[in-house]
Ligand binder design. Structure first.
Ligand code: NAI
Ligand code: 4PW
Length: 383
């Protein structure tokens, strides 16, 4: 049984999600034959680092992430800090010869992701960027149907990522609203990158975009504390700061293989929570997925007879991708933790089998190139 030591940088929302997978979830579901040890966690100050180590079960903590990256005992570096820190941390981890899992987006822009990619290629270490939603079994099933030709040649991809946690003008100015930290707003720096990943995963490379953006709320109360609380109001802080990223982006797409489509991403859509969807139309059928109903894939196959045509619901379970490790009965329910566990399982499989991770940093870089093109196309159209 191989044993690998993990060092996690960051102790917020994603540290919780990744630590759940590392702490045994992945072995309980998939039994990869690797024991992961939560060796060390890094946070910005003593109190936060100590607390993160206690809560998430790490043996040691540090307030200097470089100590973690340079520790010869660490095999895997897991980067779960805000976007502006990914480049420096990932390059240092690659130079130290560590395997790396890094949260999305890989960097603030494609200049950064290009440098990160060069470092991991030079170091020849395994690298996975955490576009976890493609690991949802229903999304992997859609990919299987497409690869098998069940819906024929793809004509159109429509993707959305709609949330409402920043629709209230009083919700705090966290790092996600600062260009120097996030890189950009809803699309490039945050949720829209997951939809670009769906598009690349399911349809193919995006070749051309035509985009518009909007910043609806120009200033917000400055957040107290470093953690992004995703919309929960900051306590009694009335000082406001400027929002210098987009709240919303809409873009038309053309794919290299000729398909067309669109993406919309906003964090200001009241009533929508994790409304991450795609609808794909092909010459022989259609597929529809909504993460808010993540156990289900809606399928339409034109070859079904005239009298029985219509969308039907497939509940994912044991006959479907990742079904061998998950719950025995469809619709017992896949949650965010299971999706993160599958992501960690795929990362470990890449290490064991010495194969490429999916999606790797090269794919993270291609996504950043599309984000850059969308932002460029929407310039002067943020009216
Ligand atoms: P968060 O704000 O909850 O936590 C970030 C943590 O990093 C904070 O505790 C902060 O103190 C710490 N940190 C900042 N500078 C540090 C440093 N120099 N050394 C050590 N720790 C440091 O943020 P969250 O939501 O966990 O986001 C982290 C990353 O994960 C972002 O890149 C974000 O885009 C991504 N993310 C991905 C999600 C997904 O579904 N794949 C979901 C949420 C976030
Ligand atoms: O990546 C996204 C985040 O930044 C997420 O998957 C959901 O929206 C949860 O937090 C934000």
């Amino acid at each position: 049984m191989k044993s690998l030591n993990v060092g996690m940088i960051g102790g917020g929302f994603m540290a919780k999600a990744h630590s759940l997978a590392i702490s045994g979830g992945v072995n309980m579901f998939f039994d990869d034959g690797i024991v992961l040890n939560r060796k060390m966690i890094a946070e910005v100050n003593e109190e936060m680092a100590k607390d993160a180590a206690r809560r998430f079960g790490y043996e040691k903590y540090t307030t200097n992430w470089r100590t973690l990256v340079e520790d010869p005992d660490i095999d895997i570096v897991d980067i779960v800090t805000p976007n502006n820190l990914h480049m420096e941390m990932a390059i240092a981890a690659a130079n130290a010869g560590k395997h790396i899992i890094c949260e999305k987006p890989l960097g603030r822009n494609s200049n950064e992701t290009k440098k990160i990619l060069a470092a991991v290629e030079k170091a020849n270490v395994k690298n996975l960027v955490a576009f976890n939603y493609r690991k949802t079994p229903a999304v992997a099933l859609a990919k299987k149907f497409i690869d098998e030709g069940s819906i024929g040649k793809i004509l159109n991809f429509r993707g959305t990522y709609l949330q409402d946690w920043s629709a209230d003008p009083e919700s705090p100015l966290s790092w996600r609203f600062k260009k120097d930290v996030a890189g950009s707003g809803a699309l490039g720096g945050d949720i829209g990158t997951h939809v670009i990943d769906f598009a690349h995963f399911l349809v193919g490379k995006i070749d051309e975009v035509m985009s518009m953006s909007k910043t609806w709320i120009k200033d917000r109360p400055i957040q107290t504390g470093g953690l992004d609380t995703l919309g929960n109001k900051s306590a009694e802080n009335t000082e406001r700061g400027v929002v210098d990223v987009d709240d919303e982006i809409s873009t038309l797409l053309r794919f290299k293989n000729g398909a067309v489509g669109s993406i919309e991403a906003t964090r200001n859509a009241w009533g929508r929570n994790n409304f991450l969807t795609f609808e794909i139309h092909g010459e022989k059928g259609s597929l529809y997925f909504n993460y808010e109903r993540r156990d289900e894939l809606q399928v339409f196959f034109a070859e079904d007879g005239d009298d029985r045509r219509g969308f039907k619901t497939v509940y994912t379970g044991t006959p479907h991708p990742y079904g061998e490790g998950l719950w025995p009965i469809p619709a017992i329910g896949i949650g965010y933790s299971e999706v993160k566990i599958i992501e960690m399982h795929d990362f470990l499989q890449a290490i064991i089998q010495d194969k490429e991770c999916e999606p790797n940093f090269n794919e993270g870089h291609k996504i950043a190139q599309v984000s850059d093109a969308i932002i460029e196309s929407s310039k002067n159209k943020n009216g």
